[in-house]
Design a protein around this ligand. Structure first.
Ligand code: NAG
Ligand code: NAG
Ligand code: NAG
Ligand code: NAG
Ligand code: NAG
Length: 953
């Protein structure tokens, strides 16, 4: 349509212009041509139809009511891209052109100002590039306001700008303009507002500015201007706002500035200004904001500052001010922000919170104060008793001074304060229990004082607390149980005190904890088990001689049965004789594992073993036939209690879901012992070919003595058999005999994910695209299982098989259902070969096991696939838990280092990083924080880069 139109225009413009009403059509045509240069993804300009007689009802178009010519075009924020075309030049009555906050690219149309009627041009917030054309301003006769802010314009500001005598507002902020200010810029007598902030402009700010009587706003922030503040600045008598921050200005404040009596905001921070702040500063009675921070001002802060009664923000931080903060500052009762940090101020607490003013009963100063920062000075004296009357404070920082005395009880009245830092002073006495009333506290820092007494249990009411630092004091007593109620806690440092007693084990429930330092105290007993405490670094607990637990290399007096020693290579049977002779390293591995178990699940597993044993004994005694005794060979994992296939004379029942039931003699006919292809917690898997030449994988259930009745077994297996999905290994049939049960699966030839990840060299390893495909496929398979109300329970990389096209198939699902109601301890011991994949709630018996335990395992699988590392790795003296490693790498912003090195930077970071984050979320400690698998699938589909998506089909 547009092309056709353009074609028509090209041919018929002369004709059209004379035949139909020339006035209307010039504007219609101009706008249609202009539209043809735009991309309008939201069809915002759908009303712009070339067949219309008049454009006056079109979106964003306004016309003069008499002449019906277009006078205003306002297309702000419509997500338009493309470029600004010459069609606009036909709109000969256009006064206002505003296309801000779109995505226009290309350069600025040079001839725009030839439209002699144009008063306002606003192209801010686009993606325009190139220079501002010199000829743009050659013919400007009525231009009042021009904004190109927030684009990518380069080059110098053309000197021709100075010829636009009608200009009142210029805004070129946030571009990449360089060079000096245009010559004669201060000749623009009508100028009221100039904003050239955030460019790369340089040179001196030239004199002559005093002739701009109407100038209200000057913003040159964030450039490279050098030299002095213009001496004649004070001539701009109506100046309201001056911002010269973040340049390279030097010298002192020019005397003429004392005439800026209308000025409400002066910001000069981040320069090299020097000298004293003159007394006349107090004459600038309109000042609301004064920011002189980050300069080299020195001397006393003048008393006259107290005359600035409208002052709301005073920032004198990071200078060389000395002396005291004048008491007159108490007059500035509207202050919101007072920051005098990092100077050399002396004297007592700098403000009087409460002004006993007899004239106005109960007049309280500073009721508005939100931020008070006097940190890093040399203040002494005590804190005012009534500091709590600063009831609106959100942030109070008095750190790094020499303040002494007690922390006043009224601190509890600061119930809007989020940040409170009194650290590095000389405070003594107790932490008042009233601190519990400061309920908004997020960050409490009292370290490096002389505080004594106990940590008040009342602190449990500070439910927003994220960071608590009390280190280097003289605190005694226990670590209160109250801390374990502060579930938001992430950072806790109680080191170097005299704390004693046992640590509450409930601390392990603090799921957001990332740092917990209790070193150098007198704590004793056992470290909490679980959560963050499984991976707490030894340095955070050192210096407590009576503390025990594996982290401090000191096992506790045995409360639990000795941890069972597990063979980490769980699939190799100890009877196989294949295991290498136990050398030093091997021994250490075993120690590490027992350590890990001690931390994680010693009790649970021990109970589990007992449960299995009891169950086994019960089953054994209930079996009338003389079967060989149940044996535990090697680890718990490897117990095999299936009776040897004595019952060959019996006829077993073979059911293929796609055919009829057959009765055949003996399971051995089905098993091809030579082709064992794997072992897992639930049994051995063989590959075999059925009579109809169909290759199948047959799983011989270990521990078949524990299987439910035949009826239950068949019902469960048939349910599992109904599950069909391209990412699931389908169960095709089963074989039942009282003493032996087989599950018959489709045979998937290409090997387990474990093998593809851990046994492949750099050349043959999976590419990122293949890995992503595996992750997505696993997610889809699991989501399907959950839709069918089946929990997998046993996710690990050896249970994921890749088919020949690289698609993952989830296998070994739902088998737990075939066993009688085992408790979860048995369950966790049964799948402890999957250590690292096991959701933490398995050891916590009060939490219900749901499909969210699969989501956890999935999260670990994701991390395994992305990093190429095992969920738990055993090093010389250490155990690396994958999700902790990745989590801390992510926190420290170096997550790329975790990505499998074999991918050699061939991965798109915009996919990998969200996938890692998703993995971590799935592996959240708290089940309810984990997404559902169906959500995971949708998230992955969103993450997948659209350009590469096609490869998958
Ligand atoms: C802006 O336009 C460019 C092409 O000119 C396009 O690549 C980009 O996606 C657009 N951005 C938005 C936010 O529309
Ligand atoms: C600006 O344009 C560049 C190149 O056309 C594009 O890559 C970028 O996404 C655009 N920026 C925005 C904010 O649309
Ligand atoms: C200049 O434009 C930017 C972006 O639109 C805006 O934020 C800023 O306030 C403007 N400056 C002045 C002085 O109006
Ligand atoms: C803060 O304390 C005041 C006075 O004690 C009380 O009225 C107010 O409700 C408290 N605010 C909060 C958030 O607790
Ligand atoms: C710490 O407290 C003990 C008593 O609890 C006291 O003897 C000691 O002097 C205190 N040390 C400091 C530095 O205040």
């Amino acid at each position: 349509m547009i092309i056709r139109t353009l074609f028509l225009i090209a041919i018929f413009v002369p004709l059209l212009a004379h035949s139909i009403n020339p006035v209307f059509n010039d504007d219609v045509l101009g706008l249609i041509v202009f539209k043809s240069g735009l991309v309008d993804p939201g069809s915002k300009l759908a009303s712009w139809v070339e067949d219309d007689e008049s454009p006056c009802s079109w979106e964003g178009v306004k016309c003069d009511p008499r002449s019906h010519r277009v006078t205003e075009l306002a297309l702000d924020g419509l997500s338009l891209s493309g470029h600004i075309g010459r069609g606009l030049l036909r709109l000969q009555s256009l006064q206002i052109l505003s296309i801000s906050n779109n995505n226009l690219s290309g350069t600025i149309l040079p001839g725009l100002t030839r439209l002699g009627t144009l008063q306002v041009i606003d192209l801010s917030g686009n993606n325009l590039t190139g220079p501002i054309p010199e000829e743009l301003f050659h013919q400007c006769v009525s231009l009042r306001s021009i904004s190109f802010a927030d684009n990518g314009l380069t080059g110098r500001i053309p000197d021709s700008l100075s010829s636009c005598q009608t200009l009142a507002a210029v805004n070129f902020s946030s571009n990449r303009l360089f060079g000096e200010l245009p010559m004669g810029i201060w000749n623009l007598r009508g100028l009221q507002s100039v904003d050239l902030s955030y460019n790369m402009l340089e040179g001196m700010i030239t004199g002559g500015i005093q002739s701009l009587y109407g100038l209200k706003t000057v913003n040159l922030r964030g450039n490279r201007f050098t030299g002095w503040i213009p001496k004649d600045l004070g001539g701009c008598s109506v100046l309201n706002s001056l911002d010269l921050s973040d340049n390279f200005l030097s010298g002192s404040l020019p005397e003429s500035m004392r005439m800026l009596v209308s000025c409400s905001s002066i910001r000069l921070s981040g320069n090299s200004l020097t000298g004293e702040v003159p007394n006349w500063m107090g004459e600038l009675r309109s000042l609301e904001s004064l920011d002189l921070s980050r300069n080299r001002f020195f001397g006393m802060i003048p008393t006259t500052i107290g005359n600035l009664l409208l002052l709301r923000e005073l920032n004198l931080s990071i200078n060389h001010f000395t002396g005291i903060l004048p008491g007159s500052i108490s007059n500035c009762i509207d202050l919101l922000v007072l920051d005098v940090s990092q100077n050399m101020l002396t004297g007592g607490f700098p403000i009087r919170p409460f002004r006993p003013d007899s004239a106005v009963a109960a007049a309280v100063s500073y009721t508005n104060l939100k931020v008070l920062d006097v940190s890093s000075n040399a203040l002494s004296g005590e804190l005012p008793v009534n500091i709590g009357t600063l009831s609106n404070l959100q942030s109070l920082n008095l750190s790094r001074n020499s303040i002494s005395g007690y922390i006043p009880r009224s601190i509890g009245d600061l119930n809007r304060t989020r940040f409170l830092d009194l650290s590095n002073n000389r405070l003594n006495g107790m932490i008042p229990p009233e601190v519990g009333r400061a309920v908004s506290l997020e960050d409490l820092r009292l370290e490096k004082n002389f505080l004594s007494g106990e940590i008040p249990t009342e602190i449990e009411s500070c439910s927003s607390l994220i960071s608590l630092v009390l280190s280097d004091n003289n605190l005694t007593g226990p670590v209160p149980l109250a801390l374990s109620k502060l579930t938001g806690l992430e950072y806790v440092d109680l080191s170097s005190n005299h704390l004693s007693g046992n640590l509450p084990k409930e601390l392990a429930n603090l799921s957001n904890l990332a740092y917990f330092d209790i070193s150098h105290n007198s704590l004793e007993g056992e470290l909490p088990v679980g959560g963050f405490f499984n991976t707490i670094p030894p340095s955070s607990v050192s210096g407590n001689p009576a503390l025990c637990g594996s982290v401090v290399n000191d096992s506790c007096p045995s409360v639990h049965p000795k941890p069972i020693v597990l063979n980490p290579n769980s699939s190799s049977s100890s009877g196989g004789g294949s295991s290498s002779s136990p050398d030093r390293r091997h021994k250490r591995i075993i120690l590490s594992i027992s350590a890990l178990i001690a931390i994680g699940a010693a009790a649970a597993i021990a109970i589990g073993v007992v449960a299995v044993t009891i169950l086994n004994i019960r089953v054994r005694s209930s079996m009338s036939r003389a079967d060989p005794p149940l044996t535990f060979s090697g680890g718990v994992e490897d117990f095999s209690c299936s009776p040897s296939a004595k019952g060959v004379e019996n006829y077993g029942k073979l059911v293929m879901f796609s055919g009829d039931a057959k009765f055949i003699a003996g399971a051995q006919a089905l098993l091809n012992k030579e082709s064992e292809i794997g072992r897992g917690g639930f049994g051995v898997v063989y590959r075999t070919v059925l009579q109809d030449r169909r290759p199948v994988a047959i799983k011989k259930l270990a521990c078949s003595g524990l299987i439910k009745s035949q009826e239950d077994f068949e019902r469960e297996v048939k349910t599992l058999g109904k599950i069909r999905h391209r990412n699931i290994v389908s169960l095709q049939g089963y074989y039942w005999e009282p003493s032996i049960q087989l599950l018959i699966y489709e045979f998937v030839p290409s090997g387990s994910l474990h093998r593809h990840i851990h046994d492949a060299g750099a050349d043959s390893c999976l590419t990122w695209r293949q890995r992503f495909n595996v992750i997505l496929g696993m997610a889809r398979g699991l989501a399907h299982l959950h839709r069918m109300n089946v929990i997998h329970y046993n996710l690990k990389s050896t249970n994921i098989i890749l088919d020949t096209s690289g698609d993952p198939r989830v296998g070994d699902f739902g088998l737990v259902k075939l066993l009688p109601a085992l408790d979860r301890c048995t369950l966790s011991s049964k799948i402890q070969s999957a250590l690292g994949y096991m959701a933490p709630e398995f050891v916590c018996r009060t939490v219900k096991i749901t499909e969210k335990c699969d989501v956890y395992g999935f999260g670990i699988l994701v991390l395994e696939v992305v990093t190429g590392r095992r969920p738990v790795e055993y090093m010389e003296d250490d155990v690396a838990v994958l999700c902790e490693v990745v989590r801390s790498a992510l926190d420290e912003g170096r997550v790329e280092e975790c990505i499998d090195g074999r991918l050699r930077d061939t991965f798109p970071a915009e996919e990998v990083i969200p996938v890692v984050k998703l993995g971590l979320i799935c592996a959240s400690q708290v089940p309810s924080n984990r997404p559902d698998m169906s959500e995971v699938v949708s998230i992955l589909e969103l993450i997948e880069c659209p350009s590469e998506g096609q490869e998958e089909a």
